[in-house]
Write a protein that binds this ligand. Structure first.
Ligand code: EZ4
Ligand code: CO
Length: 402
């Protein structure tokens, strides 16, 4: 069996997606996602100029060997561009393998561990009242877990706040939007938000909060401690994790559960965090961390320490990544939760799929493969549009972590 062609399809049905389609001499094709939000065309070049020429003629059944070929064989390891390109190939090859086997992908991973995938939604509002109303909307839709973000008085465009209740799209402009940040004001505000939420909805729902890398370790420890009475499911990305030791300080001061890893590319980004039990949830996902082949290694390492998975699932993770993550989530023994930000109707139409939401859970496809395809004719109607994530600046103009 041979790979006969591999093509990159760039489409922008409301936001940009980079998709790889691998075709074989047996008529079976596979689809993978390589989207890197705000830096999409770098992955297109990596794939078209450097990966695809090597793939033609290879045996697509050798998923592991091709992963090693692209990782070790490049000499240059890791990084968001390389690992997304590898993920796109890896997922397309798993898709082909599962289609050849006539099985949904989770069966190849080891079969079903649970019936449905608990997801969390992103409830947001310009102020606490509106965030409370947004959380109520999710509860009405059956969600068991909700992440709550609110505008912070005195902060221009705080992270996570958008116009709509169900949709949040941060890559919103042709050049980066400038947003604000003020840690003092956020530390005053966030505990008030969760006090109101518990007061209004009680303790039966899981509540989460995304700190989006804004706090220093000491500030994050302080926030975690203040949030303890509200029993969060997790505090997400409390501080940047390039220095994995940074989480030790947070850990020493709070029992608020910690989740990190949506920007991780590799098991090496998480190794010390996991082995020192500094986190509770690992947020790496398929497209960011080198595909299924690599993500399952991270999950297995985490499982040794009772650390559970919480795959990133924002709108820049295409339906291909979400659909594949649902197979991973259906199998992985140490599953925690899955992020679920809804795609637009245009996006869902470009990527036909049959995974579906019901009552707080997502259910993966039962079709052979991962169950997500691309409608190329429709995709061609939405040409690439440059779009950046925002940047954040403090009141004095200094650049901060967005
Ligand atoms: O800012 O995916 O948990 N979700 C998030 C996202 C990220 C975007 C960046 O591309 O933090 O909203
Ligand atoms: Co996040």
């Amino acid at each position: 069996m041979k790979i006969t062609s591999a093509r990159v399809i760039v489409t922008c049905p409301g936001r940009n997606f980079v998709t790889l389609k691998i075709e074989t001499d047996q008529g079976v094709h596979g689809i993978g996602d390589g989207t890197l939000n705000g830096r999409e065309l770098s992955v297109v070049s990596y794939l078209e100029d450097h990966v695809i020429p090597c793939l033609i003629g290879m045996d697509p059944r050798r998923v592991e060997d091709i992963w090693q070929y692209l990782y070790r064989g490049a000499y240059w390891r890791r990084g968001p561009v390389t690992m997304r390109a590898i993920a796109a190939v890896d997922v397309a090859l798993w898709d082909i393998k599962a289609k050849m086997a006539g099985m949904p992908l989770y069966q190849l991973l080891g079969g079903r561990s649970r019936d449905g995938i608990m997801v969390y939604g992103h409830a947001n509002g310009a102020d606490i009242d509106r965030t409370v109303a947004a959380v109520a909307t999710y509860i009405d839709m059956g969600y068991k877990a909700i992440r709550a973000q609110s505008g912070v008085p005195g902060v221009e465009k705080a992270y996570g706040v958008s116009g709509g209740t169900l949709h949040y799209e941060p890559a919103d402009a042709d050049l980066p939007t400038v947003t604000g940040w003020d840690t003092r004001k956020a530390l005053n505000h966030v505990p008030q938000l969760f006090a109101r939420l518990r007061d209004t909805f009680g303790f039966d729902y899981h509540l989460l909060h995304d700190a989006h890398h804004r706090y220093t370790p000491q500030e994050a420890a302080n926030l975690g401690k203040m949030l303890e009475p509200y029993q969060l499911f997790w505090l997400e990305d409390a501080t940047p994790a390039e220095n994995q030791e940074a989480f030790r300080l947070i850990r020493q001061h709070t029992v608020t559960p910690l989740a990190v890893g949506e920007i991780f590319n590799s098991i090496w980004d998480a190794k010390d965090l996991i082995q020192n039990q500094l986190i509770d949830y690992i947020r790496a996902t398929i497209v960011g961390a080198g595909g299924l082949t690599h993500l399952r290694r991270i999950a297995d390492l985490a499982g040794l320490y009772q650390i559970r998975t919480g795959c990133h699932g924002a709108t820049d993770l295409s339906p291909v990544t979400l659909g594949t993550a649902l197979h991973f989530d259906t199998w992985v023994p140490n599953f925690g939760i899955q992020e679920y930000m809804r795609h637009t109707e245009e996006t869902d139409a470009v990527f036909p799929h049959d995974y579906h939401y019901k009552d707080g859970y997502l259910f993966c496809s039962e079709q052979p493969g991962h169950g997500v395809d691309i409608d190329e004719e429709l995709a061609a109607k939405y040409p690439y549009q440059r779009a950046y994530l925002p940047v954040a600046r403090l009141a004095d103009g200094q650049l901060w972590n967005w």
